[in-house]
Design a protein around this ligand. Structure first.
Ligand code: ZN
Ligand code: ZN
Length: 466
């Protein structure tokens, strides 16, 4: 009996590709069977297969039919059946056929082991990044092989322009400010200074098109990366002509704006329209950083406020900052900062971002009746799942981490390593205390259970870029 790796998520219905396998047995291949007899079929599932409580009836491995008579064609007499395999990875099945009522004497099929495959292409912005990626690629692939997901590299190419520190805004500042339109991904629009030329959500139609969509990941490796964001603050009404406000964000003087760190700053009061006051702002770097303004020299404002009791004005500004990131995943695009970090952190970034692309980390999974496959209406909750208020952005895994006070999060707490066993690569932050290529005991089975026919990233669809 041969062992067959069957790639159940790939489209197709022949060979080792696709979830369906057609069987045909001839009368002389099944013990004691003759034309006119019925042949019985059944599935022998490996006892170590995934618990059926995670699968509905339709999702389970199944045969098209049970015992049936065969078909005579010329001098042949044969019996057909079709096996449809689960999308879960790592299950093993054998199909057996016997004369109906005589299961002790059977003809077994090969043993089918369920695998999934995704493709990726690598863009690199600096030779250091490519060398680092090549060095950790095998361990990165192995992390997913343990979840019966095979990653296959399709292409490798330099970015359109080289970059050591790459600015990877998903939304240009103008769009952030007005809130208009979808993300525009300026770094991948193929224009001047762009790193890539990728079709993006239907836009940029001149972009390169990845093969094998929607199963193809675009992976960008760079030595260092950042993105820029706007934070808008409004004081209305206010009488504070000279004041300050704290921020834990890292303020960014934007070279594309001549070093400006304020996108806009306006004071408005009765009798005066919105007046540009960017020149009256400074900031003092610290923890927190202080954003300061002094509008006392501004013509008209101070006399206006002093003119009558109860007078006030509106102050409205938006400043540019760069959040700390080590990588991110959006649909089938993923980026990891590489060469400026220790190798294990590079590996964690790659595993983590591909993990998001493969559906990590999940909070709840629906449960089914093991016998009937009917939905129970209840869910299994991942005890290590958590979200943005405890560090990072997006769902993550906190195994072997503890909460500690932190003023920068909305919960005023953040997860850090607890000092014991290593953490999962799906921890929110790159660190030296995670096992970079081993998903934890909660995340790894989830990779096996993920249906990867139409993979969905943490924050978008797999098919966005290509
Ligand atoms: Zn993440
Ligand atoms: Zn985990």
């Amino acid at each position: 009996m041969a062992q067959v790796k069957q790639y159940v998520n790939l489209p197709g219905a022949t060979g080792v590709v696709g979830p369906t396998i057609s069987f045909r047995v001839y009368a002389n291949q099944v013990p004691n069977v003759h034309p006119g007899d019925r042949v019985d079929w059944w599935i022998e599932a490996n006892p170590a297969n995934m618990d059926l409580k995670y699968q509905s009836t339709a999702e389970r491995t199944q045969l098209a039919h049970g015992p049936l008579p065969g078909v005579t064609s010329g001098t042949n007499h044969y019996f057909d059946n079709t096996l449809t395999l689960t999308q879960i990875g790592g299950d093993k099945y054998v199909v057996k056929a016997s004369r109906d009522g005589q299961r002790a004497n059977f003809k077994p099929s090969d043993e089918y082991e369920t695998w999934r495959k995704l493709y990726y292409s690598v863009w690199w912005s600096h030779p250091e990044s490519l060398a680092m990626f090549n060095g950790v690629e095998a361990r990165w692939q192995d992390a997913f092989k343990r979840g019966f997901l095979e990653l296959e590299r399709k292409a490798t190419q330099a970015t359109l322009t080289p970059a050591y520190e790459a600015r990877l805004d998903y939304r240009s500042l103008g769009r952030q400010f007005t809130g208009a339109g979808a993300h525009d991904w300026p770094f991948m629009n193929g224009g001047p200074g762009a790193l890539m030329n990728l079709r993006n959500g239907g836009g940029n139609p001149a972009g390169a098109t990845l093969s094998d969509k929607p199963l193809h990941m675009a992976l960008l490796v760079v030595p260092d990366l950042y993105w820029t964001q706007l934070e808008r603050m409004t004081f209305d009404p206010t009488t504070t002509v000279a004041g300050s406000t704290p921020t834990y964000n890292r303020i960014f003087p934007d070279p594309q704006l001549g070093g400006q760190w304020l996108w806009t700053a306006q004071a408005s009061w009765s009798g005066a329209g919105a007046t540009d006051v960017r020149g009256y702002f400074t900031y003092t770097v610290g923890w927190p950083t202080q954003i300061n303004w002094d509008l006392r020299p501004l013509a008209g404002l101070t006399p206006y406020l002093a003119g009558a009791p109860g007078r006030n004005f509106r102050l409205d500004f938006a400043y540019i900052y760069r959040p700390p990131i080590g990588g991110f995943s959006w649909g089938n695009f993923s980026v990891a900062a590489c060469t400026n970090m220790p190798e294990n952190q590079v590996l964690q970034a790659l595993t983590h971002e591909m993990g998001h692309a493969a559906g990590q980390a999940v909070q709840q999974e629906p449960l089914y009746n093991v016998g009937t496959g009917a939905a129970l209406g209840t869910f299994e909750t991942n005890p290590n799942w958590y979200n943005d208020p405890y560090g990072g952005s997006g769902p993550h895994c906190h195994i072997n981490a503890i909460l500690t006070p932190d003023p920068t999060t909305s919960s005023r707490q953040i997860y850090i390593w607890g000092g014991g066993a290593q953490m999962c690569p799906m921890f929110y932050m790159l660190n030296n205390d995670s096992d970079p290529d081993h998903f934890c005991a909660f995340c790894l089975p989830r990779i096996k259970r993920r249906d990867l026919r139409t993979p969905t990233g943490a924050a978008g669809t797999w098919n966005d870029f290509g």
